[in-house]
Every structure is written in structure tokens, then in C-alpha cells.
Design a protein around this ligand. Sequence first.
Ligand code: 5CA
Ligand code: ZN
Length: 409
Amino acid sequence: MHAWPASEVPALPGKGRDLRIHDTATGGRITLDPGPVARIYVCGITPYDATHMGHAATYNAFDLVQRVWLDTKRQVHYVQNVTDVDDPLLERAVRDGQDWTELAERETALFREDMTALRMLPPKHYIGAVEAIPGIVPLVERLRDAGAAYELDGDVYFSVETDPHFGGVSNLDAKAMRLLSAERGGDPERPGKKNPLDPMLWMAAREGEPSWDGASLGPGRPGWHIECVAIALDHLGMGFDVQGGGSDLAFPHHEMGASHAQVLTGEYPFAQAYVHAGMVALDGEKMSKSRGNLVFVSKLRHDGVDPAAIRLALLSHHYRSDWEWTDQVLADAVERLGRWRSAVSRPDGLPAEALVEEVREALADDLDAPAALAAVDRWAERQNAEGGTDEGAPGLVSRTVDALLGVAL
Ligand code: 5CA
Ligand code: ZN
């Protein structure tokens, strides 16, 4: 699949700091040590509805990771998937009487537009589940041939007990895992499984549903976790730097994905860090396509809201916190954007070298975007009140806000 166009990332004077980030697996902050090419996989959308503020907030977090790395003069190898065949997508297509491929294509196109408007850096490889199927089938066959997968009425399941590290990503107890498995696409109640948590790798063709050639597996379609594993291994390999998504992906998705990959390759770990963004809520409940309590990026754009203000609204919350989207959050962002734009609208101003370092330090410290915004606020307030004579300072602030926060002033 094609991704979306990249916006320019201005180069800043000097060099940024190495990223220290909270890793779900260790439960603490770790300093990442990527090579000259940092590798990141971020789980993409299931395209059955438009991009809402929750999605946008999660992609914003991983966009910041990349901007911090780029500022350390590294290259970034970024991979993202599109779950363009899965139960929720097929169910929505049936509900609305439309073709599931058209639904997926339309919503993916809208997602690209939203990401472009928000100046999110595009992945180098943007891969759909359907196009990944030829690579998924041999992985499932290998797991089965190695005794790590078994068949149940034609479906193929992964045996979680074959990974000695299973449980090490989310660190949950058995009861919590079972509850979340049932809530998030698993089938712990299905009789005949070796372990109730075992996830499906390959689902045998169902009447009235799309299916693909699965070689020795028979016709069917892939399970959700193996999709991301196949794409990540193909384009990044084992031991890549960051596996990212919202906190609802820690279990089962990232836990299962890590186990699939570790058993397949005999190597550990799948990713150096598992990074999870908090959940955005609306009216007290997690914003979700299935609940339907959504604020869409595209709707705000069509209502004339500046995408830079939407981005500032996302940045005003720490990526790890759960927060609530309200009209006030957006109104505050619109107001802040106005103050910042006015502050950079003259050629001269208050010196800004220290501000560049403050923003760098805030982001390197577990992506503390609110602290970065507060630093720019302080500069802008004084600049608007007193001004200064440093030639080009406002331009430097503009480039810093663009390069590190993705906001075009
Ligand atoms: N296609 C899979 C990942 S392989 C998937 O989870 N798709 S999704 O469309 O449901 O979600 C896309 C991303 O947005 C995921 O990282 C998910 O954790 C995140 N996300 C979904 N809802 C919210 C929310 N309310 N707040 C923050 N992030 C969210
Ligand atoms: Zn995924």
C-alpha cells in the first residue's frame, strides 16, 4: 500500500538527546540505544470507521519518538500495518450493506488524509494484512511444524505455553489475561483449546466470508497477531527498537505477537521496548469505534479547525495518561496556537537557544510534550510582552516547534 506524503523536518542546530521511555515489559523507564537506523513498528488502524482523536493521540506519541530520533541525527525505519481484513471490519460491512474492500479502502484513504494534515511522519512500509497473507502462511506452517501450533476444527491456534517468555510484555495475572482475551478478540471459552488464552493464527474459510489460499493450512484468513509479526519480521527483523500502540494493545496483541516471533525465531526479544499510549475518552468512556462515542479528525478539519490546533490539543496531554477530549481542550489549543503564531511573526526576538534545549530535554524525558509546550509558552509570553533583538530567534522557535512537535506555525 502507499503511505502518505512526508512533511519536511527542519534540521536544528546541535544534536538532540537520547530517548528515555517507559517500557511496559520492564515497567520502568529505559534509555533506548538504537543504531544509526532506529527501527519502529506501530500498529495501524482497522479501517472500518474514520480516525478519531484517540487514534490521533496514539499516532502523535509515536511521531514524537521519531522526531526525537531524527534530532539525534539518526535515520528512522518506520513500519505500520493496516488491518484490512478482520472481524470488526467484516461485521461493519455486513451491517451497512457495503463491500468490505470498499469500506477498508475508503477509510484508509481518509486516515492518510488525516495523518497528512496532522503532519505525522509516514511509515517507510505501509502494509495491509491482505497483501501480507503470502508471508503469513509459511510462518503459521513453521509454527505448526515446530509443534507450537495445533489445529482445532480446521482453525490453527498458537500454543502460548511454547514461549517461556509468555506474559513478559503485559505482566498480567491469569485472571486479567483471560478477561482481556475475551474482551479483545480472543475466544477463551472455545472448547478444545490447550490453553484458553491460545490465539488463532489461521481461521479456516467461513461461509460468506473472504478467504485466501493457505497452502497446507487450507483456505482461510490470518489471525490478528501473526499479521503484525509477519510484517514486522519482514521489514524490521527481530530486536527492533520500539513496538508501539495504545494501551489496549499491550494484551493480548503485543503479548501474543512477541511470543509468536520469539518461538518462530528462537531469538529474544521481539522488541527492545513496548510503548503504550493512554486512552482518550469522550463523555467518560474510552473513545471507540464499537461504542460510537467519537470525535473525528476529518470532521474537525471539515468544520474549519486548523490541523495545527488539533495537534496542539493532542500534545497538551502526556502520551501515557488517559484523558478526556472536550471542546475546552480544543479551544485552549486554538488560543495557544494564536499566541505562538503572534510570537514568531516578527523577525527579531528573545534568544531561543535555551528553549531549543528545553524542548529537547522535555521530549527525551519519556516524551513529556506538556513540559515542551510549557517551555514554548514561557518564551512566547515574554516575546509577546517584551520582544527582543536577537535576529532570527523567532525563526529558530518556528523550526523547533515544527521539527520536534510537528506543528507548523
Ligand atoms: N489494527 C489494530 C492494530 S494491529 C487496531 O488496534 N486498530 S484500531 O483501529 O482499533 O486502533 C488503532 C490504534 O489506535 C491502536 O494503537 C489503538 O490502541 C489506538 N486507539 C484506539 N482507540 C483509542 C483511544 N480511545 N485512545 C487512544 N488510542 C486509541
Ligand atoms: Zn498490530
